[in-house]
Design a binder for this molecule. Sequence first.
Ligand code: ADP
Length: 410
Amino acid sequence: MKILILNCGSSSIKYKLIEMIGEQTLSYGIMERIGMHDGLLYHHFQKEGELKEKKLVMEIPDYNIGIKLIINTLIHSKYGVINDEKEISAIGHRVVHGGEKFASSVLIDADVKQDIRDCIELAPLHNPHNLRGIKACETLLSGIPQVAVFDTAFHQTMPKFAYIYGLPYLLYQKYDIRRYGFHGTSHRYVSERVSELSGESIEDIKIITCHLGNGCSISAIEKGKSVDTSMGFTPLEGLVMGTRCGNIDPTVVFHLIGREGLSLSEVVTLLNKQSGLYGISGVSNDMREILQEVKANNSRASLALEIFCYQVRKYIASYAGVLGGVDVLVFTAGIGENVPLVRQKCCEKLDFMGVKIDKEKNELAIGKEAIISQQSSKVKIFCIPTNEELIIARDTKKIVEILINKETKN
Ligand code: ADP
């Protein structure tokens, strides 16, 4: 069974085609600059046992044409990996917001599409594009089942006292204002992977997962279920991120409007796009560039790095309190997988709760699965590259197989 995974953003589409026998990636890529005359497609494909790359530049006026181009590339005689689009058994979509409606992945039908539409108010920058991708596939790959896998779903197990804000309760009832949490598919993947790698049942381990990429979030996981997470009503809450500010006193917003004369939307842009590592350092949102500047003795870059790691450390310690102890700590995503210095700083001073990182193992763990804790560490520390697409593919397969079984019985 071959499954196409799509992650449709505002002007880009990421895709992956997975052969579920052996869970092998046949092709993956990213289409950028949709809506512009100089659209780009970076296409990677397996040919004769080798991973090859093809870059295509073309006009991509809209989503439908974009997805059509991706399909044409997948079936292309030279750089395609399948002969016919009918070889695609199902499509799995990453959908950002499922609100309170979805605690797991679902087969997409008219009701599900309406529910995703209903969540647009909660994720105006994401859900409309996810829907556009779904609709384009309905037209272009008609009859092929589609599944929605939500970023928020994994966190729907949080207890009410973890997700209700200290605001008038009426606002939750009226407008669904509460903590939802994001990156759920990644937190779920690495927590399940940790259980596989350590050979311990997920029911028996208390896990703290740190997803540190451009966006960053931490989750407390008990018996395989998310019980708290740092992102909130939107992905702005929690840690300091690439360009997002994370937790601040909400009064800052009013102060900025009064003192800087900014409009509300300008403040939203400032908090989401001009803050975080970028805003503090004045250099970049990219950890690689921050690290270079730290080496060059740039004090603002050093401050940004310190703040970033300090925030992670605070959350790790507080989530140990949430869980009543911790057995496993996981680092994942671009920074978590690749930057030993960040991992080391995030674990500083945590020996009191049994977190002891092994300097050497940590230095060697770059972009690969590894245990990076000392033998004597009570808490096992892991570096695990995330694989959200695999979770999307597995969920899609499971749901489609149920559908096929039902159809065969009828
Ligand atoms: P996204 O949230 O966009 O998926 P990623 O998970 O790719 O982001 O993480 C992006 C961040 O990871 C950036 O700050 C980038 O600098 C950092 N990063 C990615 N690869 C490396 C690397 N090899 N070394 C250092 N930092 C890296």
